[in-house]
Design a protein around this ligand. Structure first.
Ligand code: DX5
Ligand code: ZN
Length: 219
């Protein structure tokens, strides 16, 4: 797949959300990434439906919601109603039964379904699920905050996962979330990742449009 940059709206300026959404529309970004946190699954609270709705109203590109919440199945339908196209939830928030039923629910609601794994969760845990998924989100940081340092072991994990996906002939792409920068994006892509979430690398730059372009073209 062509490299997709998904700016994380968690790093946007919420006082200028409309402006920042329009910036993403004008940029070479492929998707909007929405980080939803509940203060329980992760030690931070971000935003919920009203903010997602405000973004959805302006966004002219697919919305990729990343639920860092407990009991994610409870809210799947509401994200679908907002017009979210891709929805990921955490492996660590589910037992096997819930994982299976939530994957089905997301798919039945018409969205692409992804499962995210924390840095300490081995890629191998996803072996039984890969054929049911549209994507896997490999966390490059501990979920909860943007602007953290990239965990270098993530790179190898992406390679392992790509091999597992190929071995199963699964139709599943890899998204890397957290700590993505022009310094690691090309290597992650070479190993098999296709979608790259960018929080601080996009929004902390003086010129976010140029920063997103730099991520898109970095070699
Ligand atoms: C972390 C979030 C990420 C994060 C990315 O909990 O899922 O999407 O905001 O931010 P950066 O790119 O700054 O690591
Ligand atoms: Zn995220």
């Amino acid at each position: 797949m062509p490299r997709v940059i998904a700016p994380s709206m968690l790093s946007a300026d919420f006082g200028n959300l409309d402006r920042d959404c329009r910036m993403v529309n004008r940029s070479v970004a492929g998707w909007f990434h929405l980080d939803v946190m509940d203060g329980i699954f992760v030690p931070n609270i971000s935003f919920g439906f009203p903010v997602c709705k405000a973004i959805a109203r302006v966004a002219q590109k697919p919305l990729d919601a990343h639920l860092m919440i407990i009991e994610p199945w409870t809210y799947v339908e509401r994200f679908a109603q907002l017009g979210v196209q891709y929805l990921s939830f955490h492996y660590e928030a589910c037992n096997d039964r819930r994982l299976k039923s939530t994957i089905r629910l997301v798919r039945d609601c018409g969205m692409g379904v992804g499962v995210a794994i924390n840095p300490e969760t081995p890629a191998e845990n996803l072996i039984p699920w890969l054929r049911m998924l549209d994507y896997v989100v490999v966390m490059g940081v501990h979920p909860g905050y943007s602007g953290q340092k990239y965990i270098p072991e993530t790179t190898e994990k992406v390679g392992v996962l790509a091999e597992m996906i190929a071995a199963q002939g699964a139709d599943c792409f890899i998204e890397v979330d957290g700590g993505v920068s022009t310094a690691n994006i090309a290597e992650l892509e070479r190993l098999g990742a296709g979608v790259f979430v960018a929080g601080s690398a996009a929004f902390s730059a003086a010129n976010p449009i140029a920063a997103i372009k730099a991520l898109k073209t970095a070699k």
